[in-house]
Design a protein around this ligand. Structure first.
Ligand SMILES: Cc1cc2nc3c(=O)[nH]c(=O)nc-3n(C[C@H](O)[C@H](O)[C@H](O)COP(=O)(O)OP(=O)(O)OC[C@H]3O[C@@H](n4cnc5c(N)ncnc54)[C@H](O)[C@@H]3O)c2cc1C
Length: 500
């Protein structure tokens, strides 16, 4: 591996070029670098992170998307990444769970299984139908979390994949019969379709994890999404800023190269000889990993674009956006709650999104990377439709102001004085994700998951053919930190198996 700073001459040369320095890209590069391959990560933004990144202002460090890392504790999918690449275990707050605020009740989403089992029966009813429904969800979650940790692969692309998955599932193989069911279908089968509060809570959880609705979410994916607390949620000390310091530090110490502030405009070539064109000059590599949203990957490489076309057309109507409010506040404004994370629903009647289902994350007390002494960083996020933000400048500004006020007002159900003396107050919209995160159209999180586009129908990691790999929240298993890490394992293993 070598680098030069001469404009328009080769800026880097490596065995593998990874385009995109979000979690999926860096996790893949880190695995490969640790296995002895030379890698270079080419990232358009000024630093690594993407949708699991951060921005700093006035001594605060705010997470710009993901605030919680999923399954990073011992035995988990994330922990496997850290252990296999020599990254120390994550320092941070292992969340005991979080609080869901429904219009007429509060439900503590405990991480502890026994406490959660008791809480859900208390909140929604202790009868045969509810017990049957939760038992089904628990069974699926147990089976498929275990399969994820053991490295299950989808879509099945070869006989070897099939054999591997069958072995991993073992005696639980019959559970795959649920692959064609939705969460809504399971509720109906248990006689709970009319349980408004339960439907609402499930709707909140699946919107956040698989970007879908109760009636459209594939049952197995929904079961995993609804149980992510049980898998372990961690907010690193310093939030994503702290996490990236550790991850990027390890990657560089292994000899990995990061070209930050370097946008890729085109990729040409085939296995053994790719040229990655960037604003700073070409990068040469024998293989390429596209760790960018699928529409970007399609634009960068012609052959890959042709193969992705049918997936992109299928998913075009399934993309969504997010709005985030960042507040830097005196610590007393967020005092009084035992949980640092809350999810709120304003109304059972209104559709979800735009504040009706929003997430509030507060940095841990004493976390002085996230906030100056005596202060806390607060991130409030909600889903939004992209079409609603295609507005002329004045209308855009007005909408941004209104949604900011709305989100802060809703968050005051938890913290009544929130934002009264804010040191920092800023709002990100789909435009922000487009500008700073290079997400086409501002879409985040991959397509809404349905039976038509997940699992066996997801975009395969090896779709591009020899030497070309895809990873990240557009590919299986979809969005979220745990999904990106799982994808990175599949891609790194695939590259290591490819003959040079
Ligand atoms: C508001 C919000 C809250 C979330 N909360 C959580 C959570 O709490 N827990 C969780 O697990 N997940 C959460 N997620 C999901 C999670 O953040 C994402 O699924 C994940 O970070 C996606 O990672 P990625 O690497 O696939 O994509 P990205 O993070 O988008 O990374 C792609 C990278 O490629 C770069 N790039 C793009 N185009 C180019 C180019 N042409 N040249 C070079 N570089 C380029 C981008 O700058 C970016 O850094 C949340 C997402 C959002 C938006």
């Amino acid at each position: 591996m070598f680098r030069t700073s001469v404009q328009n001459t080769e800026v880097a040369c490596a065995e593998v070029a990874v385009i995109g320095g979000g979690l999926a890209g860096v996790a893949t590069a880190l695995r490969l670098q640790a296995a002895g391959l030379s890698t270079v990560v080419v990232e358009a933004h000024g630093h690594l992170g993407g949708c699991a990144g951060y921005w700093r202002h006035k001594g605060f460090s705010f997470d710009v998307g993901a605030t919680t890392l999923v399954d990073f504790e011992p035995g988990g999918v994330g922990a496997e990444l850290l252990a296999s690449t020599g990254v120390p275990p994550l320092a941070g707050e292992a969340l005991p769970g979080y609080e869901a605020w429904l219009p007429d009740r509060r439900v503590s989403l405990h991480r502890d299984q026994a406490a959660w089992h008791a809480e859900r029966l208390r909140a929604f009813g202790d009868d045969r139908a509810h017990r049957r429904f939760w038992a089904l969800l628990d069974q699926l979650a147990t089976t498929f979390w275990a399969a994820s940790r053991r490295g299950v692969r989808l879509p099945v692309r070869s006989a070897a994949d099939l054999v591997r998955d069958v072995r991993i599932l073992g005696a639980d193989l019959p559970q795959v019969r649920h692959l064609g069911r939705t969460l809504g279908g399971a509720l109906r089968d248990c006689g709970l379709a009319e349980d408004r509060a339960l439907r609402a809570l499930l709707g909140m959880l699946v919107e956040d994890t698989v970007h879908s609705t109760v009636d459209r979410a594939p049952l197995i994916n929904a079961a995993l999404g609804v149980t992510i607390r049980g898998a372990g949620l961690t907010r690193a000390t310093g939030g994503m800023h702290g996490f990236w310091r550790t991850l990027a530090g390890r990657y560089r110490s292994l000899g990995g190269v990061v070209l930050a502030g370097t946008r890729v405009s085109r990729v040409d070539g085939s296995a053994g000889g790719f040229t990655v064109e960037t604003g700073r000059g070409p990068v040469r590599a024998r293989r390429v990993v596209f760790a960018v949203p699928a529409p970007t990957a399609a634009r960068l490489h012609d052959g890959l674009g042709r193969r992705l076309d049918r997936y992109l057309r299928r998913d075009a109507g399934e993309m969504g956006g997010a709005v985030l409010v960042f507040l830097g506040v005196p610590a007393d404004e967020v005092a009084g709650s035992s949980f640092t994370h809350h999810q709120l629903l304003e109304s059972y009647e209104k559709p979800m999104g735009d504040g009706n289902n929003m997430f509030v994350s507060v940095s841990a007390p004493g976390d002085e990377i996230s906030a100056p002494s005596g202060h806390r960083a607060v991130m409030i996020s909600t889903h939004t439709s992209l079409a609603g933000w295609r507005l002329p400048e004045d209308a855009y500004r007005q909408r941004k102001k209104e949604i900011t006020e709305h989100l802060v007002t809703q968050a005051r159900r938890v913290y009544p004085r929130l934002g009264e003396r804010a040191v920092v107050s800023a709002t990100g919209t789909p435009r922000t994700y487009e500008r700073f995160g290079f997400r086409p159209g501002g879409a985040v999180g991959g397509p809404h998951q349905t039976l038509r586009n997940t699992n066996q129908f997801a975009i395969p990691h090896d779709l591009g053919g020899r030497g070309i790999w895809l990873v990240g929240d557009s590919t299986w298993p979809g969005l979220g930190t745990v999904a990106c890490v799982l994808g990175s394992r599949i891609v790194a293993e695939g590259i290591l198996k490819e003959k040079p």
